[in-house]
Ligand binder design. Structure first.
Ligand SMILES: Cc1ncc(COP(=O)(O)O)c(C=O)c1O
Length: 436
């Protein structure tokens, strides 16, 4: 029963302003002393945190001890070419904000307008009460931009991959994926229980070999990223389409890092190679890269998307995108249609930084896009390099195992259209000092 009584004072949450702490994030400030005393991680297999945690704790403990823990640096400002962290100005060189649209006043205004008209939440899952007319308009906008018959959207790119793979495929089917496909594709296949084979990265002979030598399956789906998120190279789309036709299989492309990046109009990897969009059976992507929002999308035939609306768990059991996120997607797409000069600036910047790094003797791997890996011989070297760069005012994210195979640690740089040549020269000067 609800009692009418005098309101009592609510408990006050303790202040947790981590900037007051003496330690830096590099020294493990975020872990409240967890790594302070070296421990023998006696983790048994019947413990909640079992032996698998030993490697993580050892590695992170050593990083904190050396003052080079490289992750989770809380930014005190919005994303952009320059940010502030721990009170210091930092050149941001690892953000996915490829077109430099985070903080664009038109984008901010769109988010605010979305809240003004529709409020902050969507109130439920898309299939039930969460669909706004705004979601439908966004899906029509993206279908037009991508040149696909229909689009369906989800709360993240990760969920879009999960939705389509687990919604369509099961143990009687198989997926043949590029060895460097994104983790969301790998996880989705596990959830689907589909048979999985991997072909060597961008190696079409290996793909043909896997298709010819796999287990029996009702359907076979080839999966590749359009642009590979760790290496910054591009899939050979024409060959993938040819192989799909030759082998009577289906093709899915995750275009998360290509939408708004590749092609003269930023339409993605299909535009870059001049391949009709509908030659690919399933497209997926994220709204948290060139589009500065949140969310994920699947593009394909009407039949595919009507089926997914009634079979894909993330559409049925997870809340719909918030109105402000949706408004931002729509405004970003409008800008992407009308400001193609952003793509030119983006690639010009990427070429400048990549060329400069190579001149300094760095190994930038296979990069041919604004994603530029800088490879290091060990995880320790990589973490130290990140810490030294940070001390020189450059923020560059290290990518370590398990995001990449053991022994292939790298800094993963991402150039944006908002960087100036002076910004990039500042980064090159820091990399030069690092080398010295
Ligand atoms: C290739 C690829 N696919 C999917 C995702 C997941 O996207 P989201 O961050 O929207 O969940 C990412 C994220 O980094 C990605 O790189």
């Amino acid at each position: 029963m609800i009692q009418n009584s005098e309101p009592t004072a609510l408990p006050v949450a303790p202040a947790t302003d981590i900037s007051e702490s003496q330690k830096s994030v590099g020294q493990g400030q975020l872990f409240n002393g967890f790594f302070e005393h070296p421990q023998d991680w006696n983790l048994r297999k019947d413990q909640l945190i079992d032996g698998r945690a030993r490697r993580v704790f050892d590695l992170m403990g050593r990083a904190c001890e050396a003052g080079v823990y490289p992750f989770q640096l809380p930014l005190e400002t919005r994303q952009g070419p320059w940010v502030q962290a721990e009170g210091n100005k930092l050149l941001m060189l690892s953000s996915y904000d490829y077109l430099g649209l985070i903080g664009d006043p038109r984008i901010d205004a769109a988010a605010i307008e979305g809240i003004r008209k529709y409020g902050t939440g969507s109130g439920g899952a898309r299939l039930l009460t969460g669909t706004l007319d705004l979601h439908k308009m966004m899906e029509r906008d993206l279908a037009a931009f991508k040149g696909a018959p229909e689009v369906l959207t989800f709360s993240s790119g990760y969920l879009a991959n999960l939705a389509v793979i687990a919604g369509l495929f099961s143990a009687q089917d198989r997926v043949v994926m590029d060895a460097l496909c994104h983790r969301s594709v790998v996880d989705a296949c596990k959830m689907a229980g589909v048979q999985v084979q991997r072909f060597k990265h961008n190696d079409m002979d290996s793909l043909r070999h896997e298709i010819a030598n796999g287990p029996a399956a009702n359907r076979t789906l080839i999966i590749s990223d359009g642009v590979f998120s760790m290496d910054g190279d591009i899939c050979p789309l024409a060959d993938l389409v040819q192989i799909k036709k030759d082998t009577n299989t289906y093709l899915m492309i995750d275009d998360s890092h290509a939408l708004g990046v590749l092609g003269k109009g930023g339409h993605g990897v299909d535009e870059l190679f001049g391949i009709p969009t509908n030659e690919i059976d399933i497209w997926t992507g994220s709204f948290a890269k060139a589009v500065p929002s949140n969310g994920g999308w699947v593009a394909g035939s009407q039949q595919l998307l009507i089926f997914l609306q009634h079979a894909a768990s993330p559409f049925i059991f997870s809340a719909a995108l918030s109105p402000s996120s949706v408004s931002v997607v729509r405004e970003a797409l409008r800008i992407m249609w009308t400001e193609p000069e952003r793509y030119v600036r983006l690639h010009d910047n990427a070429n400048f930084l990549r060329g400069g790094l190579q001149e300094l003797g760095y190994d930038t791997g296979l990069s041919e896009t604004p994603i530029i890996p800088v490879n290091f011989e060990s995880e320790e070297h990589c973490a130290f390099a990140a810490a030294m760069l940070r001390s020189m005012g450059v923020g560059a994210t290290p990518i370590l195992f398990p995001a990449v195979p053991l022994g292939s640690a790298r800094l993963r740089l991402c150039v944006t259209a908002a960087h100036t040549k002076d910004d990039l020269q500042f980064a090159l000067d820091a990399f030069k000092k690092l080398r010295e």
